[in-house]
Write a protein that binds this ligand. Structure first.
Ligand code: PLP
Length: 412
């Protein structure tokens, strides 16, 4: 047979494949609790008020709205300036130093996934083909790094026997020490709202983790997809970035990568708005090299990013009233997610639902076994990801009783 027949069947995407099955399910009470999309109490994916206002402003501005030409390879310059200042001055005052020293290379990316793809492509071409990913993690991490040249994906213990296990995590990293300054390995860190567990290290644990990563000269890749969904306060949730960029403690001789997304915290999922910032060591030539290679990588992957969503995000970030509204929108979303948990706690009495400081963000990690997840789907048409992750925003006043009764039944 011709070579094209060597293409084997790929397994369906772990999360999106379930939605396909859900769409075919005819059960009248079916619930899709798989994907991380925020829905309101009426089960709708609504546009954030701040974003809707920005869209109205764009609609009225014929010049902006009818510009369908290409953006530059690295994105819209105003977006770049506003996002950099949002991330590296407002969210993380420690970041100003790096901006002032012109040490941050920036690309507007196709949301968080695009930032991870550009990161992995650049690193695998020139710096490293080995990355540590938490076990468990968002399944697409492995996929993105493998697809972009990483040969060695290692997994560090993150969650074991129902809890975060920092000491095993650090032992895993130390056990495979190599000369990381010249032959470095990378490590993916979830900035907050770890997906899928919702469990994040406490601040003092992060210090220990960052100290170890720094000693081992690993390259941090901070994946910040849920800024604002942990505390409800957008700035507050950038704590890992603030801690990592404390220049009196850490130098990051092989740089630091920040992959950031506006998908969840602006509800711009399908518009693909996000960014990659590379904090480089202090060397102007190196910064120019990184800038130029980022451009080359993007040009070869997708040429340039889409325009509309970044205009919306840019307006929200640069208009004080809209920005204020955006902060309120995110706070509202986080409050609803907390409310859903407490409603579920009232019905189930499960401790992990009781205290919202135990698990953060959009998901509740139920601890259900794969066979219990199957039973929930087959007997009740309630869809969770196979690892027992439940998307809280799919729970609302009209289905919370049904969902909790079903959870009770499959676990007893
Ligand atoms: N990283 C993590 C941990 C995620 O959960 C997600 C989305 O679910 C992403 C990155 C990227 O999302 P997007 O590409 O939509 O910004």
């Amino acid at each position: 047979p011709a070579a094209i027949f060597k293409i084997p069947r790929a397994p369906p995407d772990k999360i999106l494949g379930l939605t396909e099955r859900f769409n075919q399910d005819c059960h009248p009470r079916k619930c899709n609790l798989t994907v991380g999309i925020y829905k309101d109490n009426w089960g709708q994916v609504t546009t954030f008020p701040s974003v809707a206002r920005a869209q109205n402003i764009l609609d009225e501005n014929v010049e902006l709205n009818t510009d369908l030409s290409y953006l530059p390879i690295t994105g819209c310059p105003e977006f770049q300036a506003n996002v950099l200042s949002f991330l590296f001055r407002e969210s993380c005052p420690q970041g100003s130093l790096y901006l002032d020293q012109n040490r941050v290379s920036f690309v507007q990316t196709l949301s968080g996934t695009g930032a991870l793809a550009v990161t992995s492509k650049l690193l695998s071409l020139f710096v490293s083909k080995t990355v540590w990913v938490p076990d468990p993690s968002w399944a697409n991490h492995t996929n993105v790094f493998q697809n972009n040249g990483f040969k060695d994906i290692k997994y560090y213990t993150y969650f074991k026997n129902g809890q975060l296990d920092v000491s095993q995590w650090l032992d895993d990293l130390k056990s495979s020490y190599s000369d990381n300054l010249y032959n470095p390995q990378c490590i993916v860190l979830h900035a907050c709202c770890h997906n899928p567990t919702g469990v994040d290290p406490r601040r003092e644990q992060w210090i220990e983790i960052l100290d170890t990563i720094h000693d081992l000269k690993l390259i941090p890749i901070i994946d910040m997809a849920y800024q604002g969904l942990e505390s409800g306060n957008i700035y507050e949730d950038a704590y890992l970035l603030r801690m990592s960029l404390d220049s009196s403690r850490y130098q990051w001789p092989n740089g630091l990568f920040l992959c950031q997304s506006f998908a969840k915290n602006m509800g711009l999922y399908g518009e693909r708005v996000g960014s990659l910032s590379v904090v480089t060591p202090p060397d102007p030539e190196l910064k120019l090299n990184v800038d130029s290679q980022l451009k080359k990588v993007v040009r070869g992957l997708y040429s340039s990013p889409p325009g509309y969503g970044s205009r919306v995000a840019n307006l929200v970030l640069s208009t004080p009233q809209l920005k204020k509204q955006w902060f309120a929108d995110v706070e509202h979303m986080a409050a609803r997610l907390r409310h859903v948990k407490s409603e579920m706690y009232d019905r189930l009495g499960w401790q992990s639902l009781r205290d919202s400081s135990l698990q953060h963000g959009m998901f509740y990690y139920t601890g259900l076994t794969p066979s219990q997840v199957d039973l929930l789907r087959e007997s009740f048409s309630i869809y969770l990801t196979q690892d027992g992750r439940l998307s809280l925003s799919g729970v609302n006043d009209s289905n919370v009783d049904y969902i909790c009764e079903a959870l009770q039944k499959v676990t007893t």
